[in-house]
Every structure is written in C-alpha cells, then in structure tokens.
Design a protein around this ligand. Structure first.
Ligand code: 2AM
Ligand code: CA
Ligand code: CA
Ligand code: CA
Length: 262
C-alpha cells in the first residue's frame, strides 16, 4: 500500500469532517439511543461515517471499511487494507459539551496497523502515526515515552469501573486509584489513548472497548514505545473488542504485579 498517499488523503478528509462537525453546532441535532438511554447516536455520527465510506470507495476502491455506525455483525476477514473508523468517538460529549470528541481512524493491512489518526476537532489537534515513521501531533513529532513510577502517574479511568459494575471487582482497582498521583476521565477513548501517546497522562484503563475505539490509538502508541494489552495482559481483540490497558513503558509490569495480580 502507498502509505504516504493514503495518509495524505486521510488527513484531508479528517479535517473536512471536523469542519462539518463544527458547523453542525448551529443546526438542530437528531439524537437517538442505541443499546440503552445513555448510548447516544446522532445524525452526524451517521453522516460522517458515510462521508468516509464514500471518499474511500471513490479513491481506494479495493479498501474495506469497518465503522461503528454500519453495525456490521463482525468482520472476520481482515485481509487487505481495512479502514477501522469511529466517526465520532465521545458522542455523549459531542451532544452535551460540544467538545472532547474525536474522529478516530486506524488503517490496517492484513491485520497490521499501518496508519493511525485521531482528530480532536475542537482543540484542532490532529494526532497521526505511520508504522515505523513515528507519531505526530499537528506535524510535531511526539517523543518516545519514558518510564514513570505509580506514585507519580496520572491514570485515565472512568469512575464506572471503581463503582459496582459487572466487569471487574472494584476492590482490585481502588488501591491503584489511591496510590496514583491523580485520575482523569475525558469520555473519549480515542482522546484518552492519544493523551497517553502524547505523555499528557501515563496510562489508560477500561473494561470494554470496540475495535473502532482503539484501532487508531494503538498505532500511535506503538510509535512512541507505549504498551497496550487487555486488562488480562493479552493481545487486544480487533474483531470483538476487549478491555484495554495502555501505558508508558514499564508501568504494565509494575501495575500487573502489584495491583492486578498478573
Ligand atoms: P462512542 O462515543 O463512540 O460511543 C466513553 O467512555 C467511551 O466509551 C467513548 O470512547 C465511547 O465511544 C465508548 N463507548 C461507549 N459505549 C460503548 C460500548 N458499548 N462499548 C465500547 N465502548 C463504548
Ligand atoms: Ca457509540
Ligand atoms: Ca467510540
Ligand atoms: Ca462513535
């Protein structure tokens, strides 16, 4: 694949889609719910995904697309070039705050992440990475991540996982939350992954993500030496989604041994 060409088109489309999202603030949104009353989807989620689908079909007719809003049952066929797209990551923020949402794209070839793009529209911060060529924020190269102690770290985590929930015993995470310097939750998995890659936070943990939530961020993290696994220290599941633990180098070992019992 011609990665430079694909990257150039992808960046231009992401910027164009971002402009469309900003313009939409002056229009009335159509808001629907999906699996429950807090699982929101708007006409813009669907419109932006269709925008990318049309552009990709027009320009790269042999590429495949996997996106959140198409609701494909699954995609077991990962051969060839696949764009994994989340048109709006952080739809709740988009609806309630008009900020802290992102467009996230991961471009994979035969299952290997080649390009990652995360666009924080309102801050106008475009993170992108090409495998083997580094990660950038608005064309500024992101430095390799350095090791940090748990007591000095900022952990990105949603309060859901510290309260009663059906995915993890909160007593596993409360000692970690107590020992870190601080916690943050931004409400967009893509932004949270980009922040770890940019060194703004030191780790991000969540018990459930879909492939389009992490496909872009994983490529960014690989380029700056970040570690990404499930919470069980296994490879991520790019078909069904999985839990996720992303961190600066060394933190996985410290946290797995001391807190997660791995
Ligand atoms: P979304 O806005 O694209 O739906 C919010 O904490 C983060 O979790 C967002 O990145 C959000 O993505 C994602 N999210 C929301 N519902 C989810 C679900 N059912 N499974 C996985 N991720 C989800
Ligand atoms: Ca959603
Ligand atoms: Ca998402
Ligand atoms: Ca989404």
């Amino acid at each position: 694949m011609d990665r430079k060409k694909i990257d150039t088109y992808a960046k231009a489309w992401v910027k164009e889609a971002g402009e469309r999202l900003k313009k939409s603030f002056s229009e009335e949104l159509t808001i629907e719910t999906k699996s429950n009353r807090n699982d929101l989807v708007t006409n813009l989620d669907k419109e932006i995904e269709l925008f990318f689908r049309h552009k990709i079909a027009e320009t790269f007719s042999d590429h495949k697309v996997v996106g959140e809003e198409a609701m494909e049952a699954n995609y077991s066929n990962v051969s060839g070039v696949v764009w994994i797209i989340d048109p709006i990551d952080g739809t709740m923020n988009f609806v309630h705050q008009q900020r802290n949402f992102a467009i996230s794209i991961g471009i994979y070839e035969d299952g290997v992440g080649q390009i990652g793009l995360i666009y924080d529209v309102i801050h106008d911060e475009l993170y992108h990475a090409i495998k083997g060529e580094g990660a950038f924020m608005n064309e500024q190269r992101l430095p390799m991540l350095e090791e940090v102690e748990v007591s000095d770290m900022i952990l990105s985590i949603n309060a859901t996982w510290i309260g009663e929930n059906n995915r993890i015993d909160p007593s596993i995470l409360t000692p970690l939350v107590r020992d870190v310097r601080g916690t943050r939750s931004y409400g967009s998995a893509a932004i949270e992954l980009a922040y770890v890659a940019a060194g703004r936070t030191d780790a991000y943990m969540t018990m459930r993500l879909a492939p389009w939530d992490f496909a872009g961020g994983v490529v960014l993290l690989q380029e700056v030496g970040g570690e990404v696994t499930t919470m069980d220290n296994q490879p991520l599941d790019f078909v069904n989604g999985s839990s996720l633990f992303a961190s600066k180098p060394g933190l996985h070992k410290q946290i797995n041994e001391t807190y997660l019992g791995k």
